[in-house]
Design a protein around this ligand. Sequence first.
Ligand code: TZP
Ligand code: MG
Length: 217
Amino acid sequence: MTRVRKAAVDYGLYLVTDAGLTDARLHEVVTAAISGGVGIVQLREKATPTRAFVDRARALVALLRPRGIPLLINDRVDVALAAGADGVHVGQSDMHVGDVRALMGPDAIVGLSVETPAQAKAAEHAPVDYLGVSPVFATATKPDAAPPWGVAGLCGLRRMTRHVLVGIGGIGPVNAAEVLHAGAEGIAVVSAICGAADPLAATRALRAVVDEVRVPV
Ligand code: TZP
Ligand code: MG
């Protein structure tokens, strides 16, 4: 299966899944998020046995690929390769991005979380497609998250790197515009969609913010 063409990827609204929040509704939530306008999805499974992780990844590839929406896998290159996913997102203590790139190939999407300016500086020439700015705001979804960058920190980061930046952590309809105005190409959200009573309405509301900020004046 050919991967989604990465030059065409829209980082504006990025859904990161959470099994604890979606539970058995994973398919339903991702379907709603597609209808609501997400441009990219990451399957993040921290406690799922490998076989079930691959099965979920395959099912999401089948759902997303016909719509041209890439699926990234959190942490696990083996799962991404087995499922034919479009890419991998790693953090600072996961596999080195150089190794991820070598295993996944040049057409895969590789993302890296950065929690400090020093990490961003170290990643300047790394073979990644985007940096996840982690976290922008305080979040209860990732208990071991680093101290937040804040909007000022994100503005500083925008000035120091040429990479595409995607903000994550504590982002919802109320503060999404600030993150984009600070220079992020996109916002990544977990609870704002996965934890919403109406994931379709929640996604539409976020998409509306992204589209409004991006309209050239
Ligand atoms: N990485 C940095 S913060 C975070 C991850 C996976 C969780 C973000 O969750 P939420 O609910 O969008 O704040
Ligand atoms: Mg990780």
